[in-house]
Design a protein around this ligand. Structure first.
Ligand code: SF4
Ligand code: SF4
Length: 86
């Protein structure tokens, strides 16, 4: 399963919470500076992304979007992957 990690560089304020909470090290500190003077983060390894959305939840600026590849679905954050109803 693959995901596209979309980062809005101009919204990012360089707090690096997404970097700290990404279990796959898919997002890292970048070297670029946005118009507000913040060092925004960049995608280092999109292929490693598990689609957990930790980064989305942690980002105080709503600067990250995780887009599943066509036909894929995001994992259940509650952890029940059985597909059952009970
Ligand atoms: S969705 Fe999860 S694995 Fe993917 S970049 Fe965000 S925190 Fe990392
Ligand atoms: S959590 Fe959001 S604001 Fe903070 S570094 Fe990541 S993308 Fe930027």
């Amino acid at each position: 399963m693959s995901f596209k990690i979309k980062i809005d560089e101009e919204r990012c304020k360089g707090c690096y919470l997404c970097v700290m909470y990404c279990p796959k090290k898919a997002i890292v500190e970048g070297k670029g500076v946005n118009k507000k003077g913040f060092c925004y983060v960049i995608v280092q390894n999109a292929a490693a992304c598990a689609g957990c959305k930790n980064c989305v939840v942690m980002c105080p600026e709503s600067a990250i979007e995780i887009i599943p590849a066509k036909g894929a679905c995001l994992p259940d954050r509650q952890g029940s992957a059985s597909g059952g109803r009970g």
